[in-house]
Design a protein around this ligand. Structure first.
Ligand SMILES: [Zn+2]
Length: 317
């Protein structure tokens, strides 16, 4: 079996019949790579916060208007420590204040963006090797990207557990999210029902916690299986995702759709940076590929945030 896979990899990695590799100088070249008939696209996607801001996820870091700044002004948050696991174990209110504000501000209208639907489109066509996301908002799941093709590198809100060392008992994530939205988790952070001591938290990866083993296990095969890497809405500054483009073979084109430069993209011959809003670039790419009808059909399919978070978001506590 592995011989067949290896031979397929050799064949699909070969240069074009005219002896030249495809060059990447503009978005049209990416569309060409995605619609070639002589080679199946196998796309590794990397997503960052930039693809979720269009969904209404509040900005965190703006100096005066960002969520951090506003909560610090109110004395509710030490932004430098809010995602520190040791700090959480003693001061869980800081994280729950942030989460409460964040969920309130989404106002019940959180929907996948065009970039998310585009990744679903790749999956539907059988082109998606894996989507590595740094976001914990769950919009990839909401867009219907199969869980088997999704790696949530910074964790997920789908699960929750006790943070006491040596315990780690599971907690009902839906219940916890309801407690966050209602403000109950801010006033009285819930504790573990097994050890009665540790505070429980959503399975978002905090500083000081181990990264999901699934990230590394998936990469062991994905780095070699893909023949195109699409990076959207990230500055590639946070591990482990920032390592991924570095580990790709040099023959793999690395395409960056982002307003600003990211990581080392641009230093290899097959790199391409489209310096524009990722959503806008995706729309252009969809038209260039001729996938408009499929994209619009997918995006029009009913998706409800309640599938993820069984709470009523329009309510303001
Ligand atoms: Zn416990």
């Amino acid at each position: 079996m592995w011989v067949a896979n290896f031979w397929q990899w050799v064949c699909q990695s070969a240069p074009r019949a005219d002896g030249r590799r495809q060059s990447f100088t503009q978005l049209e070249d990416v569309a060409t790579a995605l619609t070639r008939r002589d080679r199946t696209p196998r796309v590794l996607v990397i997503l960052g916060a930039g693809v979720s801001t269009a969904a209404g996820i509040p900005d965190f870091r703006s100096p005066t208007t960002g969520l951090y700044a506003r909560l610090e002004t109110k004395g509710q948050l030490d932004a430098s420590r809010v995602f520190d696991i040791d700090y959480f174990r003693t001061q869980p209110q800081a994280f729950y204040s942030l989460a409460h504000e964040l969920l309130r501000e989404t106002g019940g209208c959180l929907q996948p963006t065009r970039a998310h639907w585009f990744v679903r489109c790749l999956a539907e066509r059988g082109y998606l090797v894996r989507c590595y996301t740094q976001n914990v908002d769950g919009l990839e799941r909401l867009a219907g990207i199969p869980e088997s093709l999704l790696v949530e590198a910074h964790g997920t809100m789908q699960r929750a557990h006790c943070t006491a060392p040596g315990c780690g008992a599971a907690y009902d994530a839906k219940l916890l999210l309801r407690q966050v939205v209602s403000g109950e988790a801010v006033a009285a952070p819930p504790r573990c029902s097994r050890c009665q001591a540790g505070y429980v938290k959503l399975a978002i990866i905090f500083f000081g916690e181990k990264l999901p083993w699934r990230v590394f296990r998936s990469l062991m095969t994905d780095l070699w299986r893909c023949n195109l890497c699409l990076i959207m809405g990230t500055s590639l500054t946070v591990a482990p995702v920032r390592w991924i483009p570095e580990q790709l073979p040099k023959r793999t084109p690395r395409i960056l759709l982002n307003r600003s430069p990211s990581g080392s993209i641009g230093r290899r011959p097959l790199d391409l940076w489209i310096a524009d809003d990722a959503q806008h670039s995706v729309e252009r790419l969809v038209d260039l590929c001729g996938w408009r009808e499929q994209m619009d059909t997918l995006a029009a399919s009913p998706a409800s945030l309640s599938d993820l978070l069984p709470v009523r978001f329009g309510e303001r506590s």
